[in-house]
Write a protein that binds this ligand. Structure first.
Ligand SMILES: NC(=O)c1ccc[n+]([C@@H]2O[C@H](COP(=O)([O-])OP(=O)(O)OC[C@H]3O[C@@H](n4cnc5c(N)ncnc54)[C@H](O)[C@@H]3O)[C@@H](O)[C@H]2O)c1
Length: 324
């Protein structure tokens, strides 16, 4: 009898234990699958399944939540014009509360002021301008801290400040080389640090986007030599991968965008020379220069939850230049 009881007890304990282990493992699996869900819950098929028992009308999330940047704060260098300004407006249109454009000029240019006024008239968030030099590490860290102290957060960073000095590699001067490296490479690091330190401080994660170039992966034909530019952009690609690996555990994602030829003031000289213009247009399957606004989608995607599993990647937007 006693032995029957003890067998029953043993069997009950074994079953209870098995059931406990199974429940714990199901919970762990559930937690594993859901631990990185956005604050607004499951999306896509998981949301459709979770919602399947109700007949009430509901709204979709792809553009209202995943691609949106409500309440987010961003720092954009090179934001006075060109790709930086385009990126700043894209972040605003995606719902960012405040976007801070950092650039060399003491006061923003006419183009920037018109964009700020457009943002105001269309009810977008604040577009602010700060005079700053990306080559100044301490200065950039102070700018990052000042923005984060004022806003109570830092979510998105776009390092777009850049310069290019053409020149043949055998004659390229040490000074020109240093100038390009200190803006395009040191400046990108100091910008990422300025924002990244604040992202780490607030613990909300974040997205750092470095504007590299196709010139970081392929050297251009001898008609457009610029050893410093090519080298700096190649280093930016590796900088993004390296920071991505280091900062992933803090949910800070770091990616780069490699544009092909985009018509901004940086390439005015190329556009104005009929021969060079034709040469560059023929270098991609779409047969043209890109417009800065054609980077808006990649910027909004990388900045937002829509790319939440993407880090250490380079997104190529080049009209197919690298495809042939
Ligand atoms: N236009 C293209 O075809 C192309 C292609 C690939 C990559 N890019 C990259 O995109 C980024 C933006 O270039 P863009 O085409 O808009 O050129 P742009 O010349 O119109 O804009 C560059 C901006 O960076 C600012 N800047 C330069 N040095 C700075 C410094 N020390 N501190 C702060 N700001 C500084 C400039 O004042 C300017 O407003 C650059 O990194 C560039 O290398 C451009």
């Amino acid at each position: 009898m006693l032995s029957n009881l003890s067998r029953m007890h043993f069997s009950w304990t074994r079953n209870a234990r098995a059931s406990f282990v199974k429940t714990r493992s199901l919970l762990a699996t559930h937690r594993r699958h859901n631990s990185h869900l956005p604050p607004y819950g499951p999306v896509g098929v998981a949301r459709a399944l979770a919602d399947s028992s109700t007949t009430e009308s509901t709204s979709t999330t792809l553009f209202s939540k995943e691609f949106a940047l409500p309440d987010k704060v961003a720092l954009v260098t090179g934001g006075n014009r060109g790709i930086g300004l385009e990126a700043a407006l894209a972040l605003s249109e995606a719902g960012a509360r405040s976007v801070y454009c950092v650039d060399l000029a003491k006061k923003p240019g006419e183009e920037w002021e018109k964009v700020q006024s457009f943002a105001g008239r269309t009810g977008l968030g604040n577009l602010e301008y700060i005079c700053g030099d990306v080559r100044d590490q301490e200065g950039m860290w102070k700018i990052g801290k000042k923005i984060a102290d004022r806003e109570g957060r830092m979510d998105v960073c776009i390092a777009a400040a850049g310069i290019a000095h053409p020149g043949s590699s055998l004659e390229y001067s040490a000074k020109d080389f240093q100038d390009v490296i200190s803006v395009n490479l040191n400046g990108t690091l100091f910008t990422a640090q300025a924002a990244g330190r604040q992202m780490a401080r607030f613990g909300n994660g974040g997205s750092i986007i470095m504007i590299a170039s196709i010139c970081g992966s392929v050297a251009l034909e001898p008609t457009l030599p610029s050893i410093a530019y090519h080298s700096s952009k190649s280093a930016v690609l590796q900088m993004a991968r390296s920071m991505a690996c280091e900062l992933g555990s803090q949910r800070i994602r770091v990616n780069s965008i490699s544009p092909g030829f985009i018509h901004t003031r940086m390439v005015d000289a190329l556009v104005e020379s009929p021969e060079l213009r034709r040469h560059i247009e023929r270098a991609n399957p779409l047969g043209r220069f890109g417009r800065p606004d054609e980077l808006r989608g990649a910027v909004a995607w990388l900045a937002s939850d829509a790319s939440s599993f993407c880090t250490g990647s380079d997104i190529i937007v080049d009209g197919g230049h690298r495809a042939w």
